[in-house]
Design a binder for this molecule. Sequence first.
Ligand SMILES: [Ca+2]
Ligand SMILES: [Ca+2]
Ligand SMILES: [Ca+2]
Length: 242
Amino acid sequence: MTTLPPTLAVSFWVHRSTMKAMRLAVAAAALTACVLTPRAVAHAYTITATDPSTLDFTSEAMLNTGLGLTLGSEVFEDFDDAVADIPFTTTSNPADLFISSAFLPGIAWVDVPLLQWNAGTGETVTFLVPGGGTSLFGLGISDQDRLGHTIAINGGPETVLDGLAGYGVGGGIPNGYILVTPDAGDLPITTVTITQPALGERLLFDHVVFRAEPVPEPTPTLVVLSLVLGLAVRWGMARPGA
Ligand SMILES: [Ca+2]
Ligand SMILES: [Ca+2]
Ligand SMILES: [Ca+2]
């Protein structure tokens, strides 16, 4: 039996231990990446429109009942004060997106004022859901004269609003109430973008609704997995001949 000199034996052991630790680290990284990467699902989301003619606008409570929304857990932004309960951004000139009271009540979802957008071709408005996103998003839209405006969730594919059942195009009236919910495997809704595809026009928004979700934290499974893999790597480096 051949015996290695002590220096070579130590060097050989360090080499084996290092290689084993590296293999374990690579495996851990691959497994962690696999677990942490969101599921590669299409941004399906369920998007529906409620026909205004089916709703009772005499009070916010009646309107919410008709929309199937419960008062309490949801946040309602009706643009009736200077406090923005949901931030929004636009690719338009910022001066073309503002809260306005210059309308008759019949165009609003819950009383004037509303959020007015003087949109240009290809411009967008994006609502930014605070915190960890939402499992429910609602938006009342009014004064859509032209066809083809779209809605996109979390930067995903665009859905044409006037292609939804219950959504009616027409100026000076509520057009439809949009409700968005994630399908199984979808991430919470964090952004909702409305796009004006061609030709400019004025659009009005009211009664934005969302249900704030807590910011996601690492699951216990991930924490345990990380501990086990960390111990395995350390054990591989420290155990002679392992
Ligand atoms: Ca309002
Ligand atoms: Ca407000
Ligand atoms: Ca219009």
